[in-house]
Write a protein that binds this ligand. Structure first.
Ligand code: GTP
Ligand code: MG
Length: 240
């Protein structure tokens, strides 16, 4: 399907696979469908496996670290494989070939795992443990917690490579990991709504963006305050 073939059904039939016609038996039609779609299903499955591998790594770390500390560092883990539509649109936007190989070489956010923590220091502790694993290779790191985006967006973004083991052997897959606190996640989901809200009058949009930026500042202060309180509680627990 996403192949170099001229018969790519996404292009030839945007409304879905064509029906078998008089000159094609059902067997031939199915054979054609499999030839077109199997590489794409297989690719999406590889990303799904990569997501599961990374999710498992974080779930294990969550359990291990909770033995040592007095709390679970992870509040929740959410993940997704980018929808095929979004994959194709992104390739088109970047002027890249619409092929399975092109997805695997160029797109690093098809597999996405979001790790939500209660406290900022848990994020960095988990990052350290995750990156120390020998089958996790760091590709890029963007710390939007220390350097927030102008919008106010805060999160730690890692692109890593990690292997998945398939029936055809080992494949190294890119996975995007976003790590943030509950407060950062709450903010990002609200801001996301504004970002994708169409037909908003420009003045309203500007004023909402300013208000959200201020919210991000307050929310970051709250994260810091909560962390200080946690440290004090931990200190007193040791002292007392
Ligand atoms: P993409 O092409 O969107 O993947 O951008 P990028 O490769 O420059 O990566 P970046 O680190 O800027 O952002 C990747 C992802 O982080 C996005 O797809 C969003 O999920 C999230 N993100 C980044 N900036 C913002 C923001 O300002 N607001 C919200 N709500 N999410 C953001
Ligand atoms: Mg992205």
């Amino acid at each position: 399907m996403i192949s170099n073939s001229e018969t790519n059904p996404l292009h030839s039939s945007p409304n879905g696979p064509t029906q078998p016609t008089g000159d094609l038996s059902v067997d031939q039609y199915l054979e054609q469908l499999h030839a077109d779609f199997d590489p794409v299903y297989s690719m999406l499955m590889d990303y799904q496996c990569a997501v599961m591998e990374v999710e498992t790594k974080f779930n294990i770390l969550n359990n291990r670290l909770s033995i040592q500390g007095e709390h679970n560092p992870i509040e929740s883990v959410k993940s997704r494989v980018k929808a095929l539509d979004s994959i194709i649109r992104k390739l088109e936007k970047l002027n890249l070939p619409i092929t399975v190989e092109s997805v695997q070489e160029n797109l690093m956010d098809v597999a996405g795992v979001r790790v939500i923590c209660s406290f900022i220091d848990d994020i960095y502790r988990l990052e350290e443990c995750f990156l120390a694993q020998e089958d996790v290779t760091l590709v890029t790191r963007k710390d939007y917690i220390k350097n927030p985006k102008p919008s106010g967006y805060r999160s730690l973004h890692l692109i890593v490579k990690t292997p998945v083991y398939t029936e055809n052997g080992k494949k190294e897959m890119f996975v995007e990991v976003q790590m943030r606190t509950i407060a950062m996640d709450f903010w990002a989901s609200l801001e996301h709504k504004l970002r994708y809200k169409k037909n908003l009058n420009p003045q309203t949009a500007e004023s909402l963006a300013k208000e959200l930026e201020a919210c991000a500042e307050e929310s970051a202060k709250l994260d810091e305050k909560m962390l200080r309180i946690r440290h004090r509680i931990a200190g007193e627990a040791i002292d007392g």
